[in-house]
Design a protein around this ligand. Structure first.
Ligand SMILES: *[C@@H]1O[C@H](CO)[C@@H](O)[C@H](O)[C@H]1NC(C)=O
Ligand SMILES: *[C@@H]1O[C@H](CO)[C@@H](O)[C@H](O)[C@H]1NC(C)=O
Ligand SMILES: *[C@@H]1O[C@H](CO)[C@@H](O)[C@H](O)[C@H]1NC(C)=O
Ligand SMILES: *[C@@H]1O[C@H](CO)[C@@H](O)[C@H](O)[C@H]1NC(C)=O
Length: 279
């Protein structure tokens, strides 16, 4: 009876369906960060106070794709690199752990299942190495924690992360001996334990020079201005001067999946139909 109206309702139906498709695509296109990773990262974030707001400014659950957060790199929808550096020097903007929130900051990082590189610098833990760091995922090849005021002894459990190629705990406040279990890390190429308070009167055999090992080891009890808790810039001369290059397949640049193109296509399709319906 009224053809224009019928045509209009038909168009409305199509538009409604298309709008639903667009909404669904938009809602889920950012889901490259698993909910487990997201939870672990938010936990880590909450354990620290970032006075300047610069270090963790993008670590916000309103951006549910953690691959877009500063310091995180994803490849093939997997979070493979966490590389976060706090301010150095002597300002009041140090990133420090929030003692009233958690007594074991960093414990949740072992839940990042695909992590290959964990690199932290100038993030003040002022606590022990969490026991959970004995069970990182098998994909972890680099563990670098510099100037982070790690305290207590080096847990021998770190040697359970059997695929580590680089272990760098330079410039913390670690005490006690060097666990001989670290010699179980057969793939280790770089070990830097310098600028700590370690007792180096007994060093595991595999770390002493001239034994044919191909490891770069640095463990010297270098003078370290402990007590202030303030991070220091990496010392030059003595210890291991070379900084570890990246190992494994990490560091190949962020692969932030761009689904916005798909959405743009959908939107233009909807727009075409809307124009068709209006005309
Ligand atoms: C996350 O972002 C929202 C919106 O931009 C903001 O209101 C909120 O304070 C942020 N949360 C944190 C922890 O930065
Ligand atoms: C530290 O943690 C406590 C307990 O969760 C919280 O109430 C407080 O706001 C946190 N402080 C900062 C500066 O984030
Ligand atoms: C360092 O280790 C050696 C050997 O285990 C031990 O005899 C010595 O007492 C330790 N020194 C300190 C200061 O703990
Ligand atoms: C050890 O360090 C030296 C000098 O920085 C470098 O030439 C060498 O390739 C390193 N060896 C390994 C096994 O990484």
């Amino acid at each position: 009876m009224n053809p224009p109206l019928l045509a209009g309702s038909g168009c409305t139906r199509i538009l409604t369906i298309l709008a639903a498709i667009v909404a669904a695509a938009t809602c889920c296109s950012a889901a490259t960060c698993s909910s487990e990773s997201l939870k672990a990262l938010l936990e880590f974030r909450k354990e620290f106070i970032d006075p300047s707001g610069k270090v963790f400014s993008t670590w916000n659950e309103t951006v549910s794709d953690c691959c877009a957060w500063k310091g995180l790199t994803c490849q093939n929808e997997m979070l493979v690199v966490l590389d976060v550096e706090g301010p150095s020097g002597t300002g009041s903007d140090f990133v420090t752990s929030n003692k009233s929130y958690s007594s074991k900051p960093g414990h949740s990082l072992s839940k990042l299942k695909d992590l290959q590189t964990l690199r932290l610098k100038n993030i003040l833990f002022s606590s022990k190495i969490p026991s959970q760091w004995s069970s990182f995922s098998d994909s972890l090849v680099e563990l670098t924690v510099n100037n982070c005021d790690l305290q207590g002894s080096i847990p021998s459990g770190l040697a359970s992360n059997i695929h580590l190629k680089s272990l760098d705990l330079m410039s913390n406040n670690l005490k006690g001996g060097i666990p001989s279990k670290l010699c179980n890390l057969k793939e280790l190429k770089y070990l830097d334990l310098s600028y700590n308070e370690l007792n180096t009167s007994t060093v595991p055999d595999c770390m002493t020079s001239g034994r044919g090992y191909t490891m770069n080891v640095s463990y010297g009890h270098q003078s370290h201005n402990s007590g202030t808790g303030s991070p220091q810039s990496a010392p030059s001369g003595g210890g291991s001067a070379s900084s570890p290059s990246s190992y494994g397949t990490s560091g190949g640049g962020a692969t932030i999946l761009d689904k916005s193109k798909d959405n743009a296509l959908l939107l233009s399709a909807v727009a075409s139909i809307a124009i068709y319906c209006l005309v």
